[in-house]
Write a protein that binds this ligand. Structure first.
Ligand SMILES: C[S@@+](CC[C@H](N)C(=O)[O-])C[C@H]1O[C@@H](n2cnc3c(N)ncnc32)[C@H](O)[C@@H]1O
Length: 218
């Protein structure tokens, strides 16, 4: 077991926990793009995109459908296989790549015009999230953007027991985690309310933390 994989009684590593979660059923997420990413990406010139903790690939597929070359990375092999199948179903497999890896150690020589992390949060098995976000700044090309969207509050009332003690990040905490120097511009670091729908189709309010920064030069 690696040092960063905190164990919780009966749960094991973050990888095991997420694998179990994905094994519960086919398609644990909606498959639709996350609203904040869609808003942000639609306003940028297309290029190369990297999605950190891409899950079942909803954002990766959407990015590819909108002209981006998109790479998704996730800890769960099951999620990555689903993302690959989704990209084939959408006819964008040539524009997408999906990789199963731990972002605490994953490396690439590539640089991206947009690096995005949507709800890269893990409970009850913590991940070194601040370190993963700091490392993500190194993947951004000069002129490129990093977007970090997180649940800033519980996403619904019916929280599973293991999520009740989870500490939700603030925009300031996520911005601080990036450890930016003067070669970055902060475009946004704010809370954004959003109307989401439950699996039963009922609308409810959720609160996202949105941090968007831009690398000015190398
Ligand atoms: C709440 S889900 C969000 C999935 C997707 N971004 C979305 O918005 O639907 C968090 C994802 O982060 C992944 N994850 C957690 N720790 C990770 C790590 N260390 N490296 C890569 N992925 C990780 C999990 O496997 C899971 O798919």
């Amino acid at each position: 077991m690696h040092a960063h994989e905190t164990t919780v009684d009966g749960v094991g590593s973050a990888r095991d926990w997420w694998e179990q979660r994905y094994a519960e059923r086919d398609g644990i997420w909606s498959g639709r793009v996350n609203a904040v990413l869609a808003d942000v990406a639609a306003a940028l010139p297309v290029g190369r995109a990297l999605d950190l903790g891409c899950g079942e690939g909803g954002d990766v597929v959407w990015l590819a459908e909108h002209g981006w070359d998109a790479l998704g990375v996730d800890l769960s092999v099951t999620a990555i296989e689903r993302g690959s199948r989704a990209s084939v179903s959408a006819g964008v497999e040539e524009q997408t790549a999906l990789v199963a890896a731990d972002l605490a150690t994953w490396e690439t020589a590539a640089r991206f015009d947009l690096v995005t992390a949507s709800f890269l949060q893990s409970w009850p098995v913590e991940i070194p999230r601040a370190e993963i976000l700091r490392r993500a700044t190194g993947f951004v090309a000069p002129g490129g953007h990093l977007l970090v969207t997180a649940h800033a509050a519980p996403p619904h009332d019916d929280l599973p027991a293991e999520m009740r003690d989870y500490r939700f990040p603030t925009p300031d905490e996520d911005l601080t985690a990036l450890q930016l120097d003067s070669s970055w511009d902060v475009v946004a670091a704010e809370l954004r309310p959003r109307t989401a729908t439950t699996p039963d189709g009922d609308p409810h309010e959720v609160l996202d933390s949105v941090v968007m920064v831009r690398r000015l030069h190398g």
